[in-house]
Design a protein around this ligand. Structure first.
Ligand code: SR1
Ligand code: MG
Length: 401
């Protein structure tokens, strides 16, 4: 038996040997520099570089359990990630990293190194502006999802794909972290910033109207196998530079509501917007950033809607799906889910276990408490009034006015 013929959790030294033996990219390499750079909760991420030849790659390596050791997830997420990255690269050219190799035994996906890009979350915290972001993200969501919609894809083919991308372990995380814990105030899991304890008690845990709407959205997440979605499209899953956007980490992909992707992205733009307004110096840089991010929110929603209708008209083959009014009806459902999910993402990142630096990193306690309240109130409106958030400007009206 060879050294990499049966799975074990690799460290940097193991990955050096693995890369040399298993990746054709490094077959002629001398010494390799390997560094573990993962900062997520689930996997191990290594950057492998041959400094002499100026080439590098990322190896994403899965263990059976999460990094934190809190759950057993199995290895299938790694297969899903490799396959979906390739598919996304075909459907939305230029918007996903290139995959070099997938190894089901060692649970490794080798892919393009995006070191010349930044993680969007941290770039937004620094108030950087990305003129292409809205158009790229609208295009990514529309182009990667429309092809697997019913009425577009042949029904027999779709059902086979639904089986191939049923992702129970990762969906369970979302069902728990996004759709349940922030509303049930589960001891040891829900994390409320102490100055907001009373506010969250009233606005989240005791609000039964809100809880009912979240329960309906949870039903849709669990049952609406609308299209093959990314499943975790927050600003930590997006790499950017001024002229390029790359979406990574589709290990949560499954057949679910398209609004889960678009809403997740919009919710994360809301964090960046509120953080800049509340916690950044009120200077020209912030002013320009706010003007850009407002436009980015509006353009993302409106561009997605246009492109969705365009792609659906081009690709729908089922005569019932081509009935006048059907595409618009479907788009309205997607936009309702989008608003609902934007709200869910905002709430779960404020009181849930997986918090984000955009808000939890605001140093001044009073400013952080007030930013959280602004976001939670807007999020509730996104959820409860999701049927009236149809255009980009509706989001801004709720968040800003
Ligand atoms: C236990 S995983 C916590 C979060 O990280 C992932 O990126 C997903 O967003 C998940 O909810
Ligand atoms: Mg991730």
């Amino acid at each position: 038996m060879g050294r990499f013929d049966s799975h074990f959790r690799m460290d940097e030294k193991d990955v050096e040997e693995y890369a040399r033996l298993r990746l054709s990219l490094f077959k002629d390499s001398g010494p390799l520099e390997v560094r573990e750079i993962g900062d997520g909760n689930i996997n191990y991420v290594f950057r492998v570089a041959d400094r002499e030849r100026g080439i590098s790659a990322i190896i994403k390596h899965a263990d059976r359990g999460t990094r934190s050791g809190s759950r057993i997830l199995g290895f299938d997420r790694n297969r899903i990630e490799a396959e979906i990255l390739k598919l996304e690269g075909e459907l939305a050219p230029g918007l996903a990293p290139q995959v070099y190799d997938y190894d089901p035994v060692m649970a490794c996906v080798a892919m393009e190194d995006l070191s010349d890009h930044r993680i969007l979350r941290y770039a937004l915290i620094d108030r950087e502006i990305f003129p292409r972001l809205a158009q790229d993200m609208a295009s990514f969501v529309a182009r990667t999802t429309v092809p697997t919609l019913d009425m577009v894809m042949a029904p027999e083919e779709k059902k086979v794909l639904v089986q191939r991308y049923t992702n129970p372990a990762l969906c369970a995380i979302t069902e728990q972290l996004v759709y349940t814990e922030p509303y049930t105030n589960r001891p040891g899991r829900t994390k409320v910033f102490p100055p907001n304890a009373e506010f969250m008690g009233q606005e989240l845990f005791a609000d039964m109207e809100l809880r009912l709407e979240v329960a309906k959205l949870k039903y849709s997440f669990m049952n609406d196998a609308q299209a093959l979605i990314h499943g975790d499209l927050h600003s930590g899953s997006i790499f950017v530079k001024i002229d390029s956007t790359k979406v990574i980490d589709p290990e949560f992909a499954y057949f679910g509501p398209i609004g889960y992707d678009l809403g997740n992205f919009l919710g994360n733009l809301c964090f960046a917007r509120v953080r800049a307004q509340a916690a950044a110096p009120q200077d020209e840089k912030t002013e320009a950033f706010l003007a850009w991010i407002d436009g980015c929110m509006v353009e993302t929603v409106d561009r997605f809607s246009e492109l969705f209708l365009e792609l659906f008209a081009e690709k729908a083959v089922d005569p019932m799906g081509r009935t006048p009014g059907y595409a618009k009806w479907l788009l309205d459902r997607i936009l309702s889910d989008t608003a609902g999910v934007a709200g869910l993402e905002m709430i779960r990142r404020i009181v849930g276990v997986a918090q984000v630096r955009d808000i939890a990193g605001i140093e001044d306690a009073g400013i952080r408490a007030s930013a959280e309240r602004v976001l939670v109130l807007a999020a509730k409106r996104f959820i409860v009034d999701r049927d009236t958030h149809r255009r980009g400007k509706d989001y801004l009206a709720t968040l800003v006015e």
